[in-house]
Design a protein around this ligand. Structure first.
Ligand code: ATP
Length: 294
């Protein structure tokens, strides 16, 4: 095999709670993750040179060591030698710095792609250990589907798939620094936490009407104060009959959950023409095919 193309799926957080700040500066989290049917494609080609060259369709994406795909190639070599050069092209469709884990998804897909391209036969667990070196969300991006993520993101438990629905992603034209959001999150006895345990209890019932009202993201308390447009998008989404509307990750993307594709399409048209969203994407939850994608 000389080349391979892999898909890197975005994620949303159906629930996001931060439990505590740890002495090492990281935060212990409790998050319900869900892959969505929105993906980058990464083409990895062996070359006869010794270098790694990276290109993408976005001029502003770094193509050197700052890119997580580049770093993924480097950590992969800790477990399996790469005796060729590589030419990699990333076709980005996942909005960048959006709370959708686009970089982590690319890193995860690159590890999987290299594993197949070099027939390295590394297990999912091996890849997840490598992935954690690249970022807290990378192990989840290797697992995909619906999962509970705890610790700093490295403790993963697969969950029953979320019920079928339409998902509308709206990313406003603002930048949110993940570091800023976590640093400004106030955790004390008065802090209101999402009820992740109840979400877990409800998930296996497969009832979107019970699940949606429980969806919450504790980080909104920081971002909405700083960027009221995130709150405005949530209101507009709910006015258009979204069962839930909340921010993904540390933002700024807001997603709406719809029980009906027509309602979601109507909301999509509204956000496309309103100026609230720089990027507006209508999609669905995504579930990997265990045999081919894990
Ligand atoms: P998370 O939800 O994990 O916080 P995010 O969706 O907010 O991630 P990313 O799209 O992963 O953010 O991008 C965050 C930063 O990572 C960007 O500033 C970007 O320059 C850098 N980056 C490095 N590699 C990539 C990549 N392959 N795709 C996107 N961004 C990348």
């Amino acid at each position: 095999m000389n080349s391979i193309t892999v898909k890197a799926y975005a994620k949303i957080n159906l629930g996001l709670d931060v439990i505590r700040k740890r002495p090492d500066g990281y935060h212990d989290v409790s998050m319900i993750m869900q892959s969505v049917n929105l993906y980058d494609t990464i083409n990895i080609k062996k070359t006869k040179f010794q270098s790694i060259t990276l290109r993408s369709n976005l001029y502003y994406l770094p193509t050197d060591r700052r890119n997580l795909v580049y770093k993924a190639v480097e950590v992969f070599q800790e477990l399996h030698p790469i005796r060729s050069g590589l030419s990699i092209f990333i076709n980005k469709r996942i909005p960048v710095a959006a709370g959708l884990a686009g970089g982590s998804a690319d890193a995860a897909a690159t590890l999987k792609g290299l594993n197949r391209l070099y027939q390295a036969d590394l297990s999912l667990e091996d890849l997840m250990k490598l992935g954690l070196k690249l970022g807290a969300d990378v192990p989840y991006c290797l697992l995909m589907g619906t999962a509970l993520s705890e610790g700093i993101g490295e403790i993963l438990s697969p969950l029953s798939p979320m019920p079928d629905c339409s998902l509308l992603l709206v990313k406003p034209d603002i930048s949110v620094s993940t570091k800023f959001v976590y640093e400004n999150l106030r955790l004390n006895e008065k802090t209101r936490h999402p009820n992740i345990q109840t979400m877990l209890d409800v998930l296996h019932e497969g009832n979107i009407y019970k699940l949606a009202p429980l969806m919450e993201n504790i980080l909104e308390s920081v971002t909405i104060k700083e960027h009221p447009i995130i709150g405005d998008i949530k209101v507009k989404m709910k006015e258009r009959e979204a069962l839930a509307a909340l921010m993904s990750g540390s933002g700024p993307t807001v997603f709406g959950v719809f029980d009906n594709h027509h309602k979601a399409e109507k909301a999509y048209r509204f956000f496309k023409s309103s100026g609230y969203g720089k990027q507006v994407i209508l999609t669905k939850p995504y579930f990997p095919d265990d045999k081919f994608e894990r």
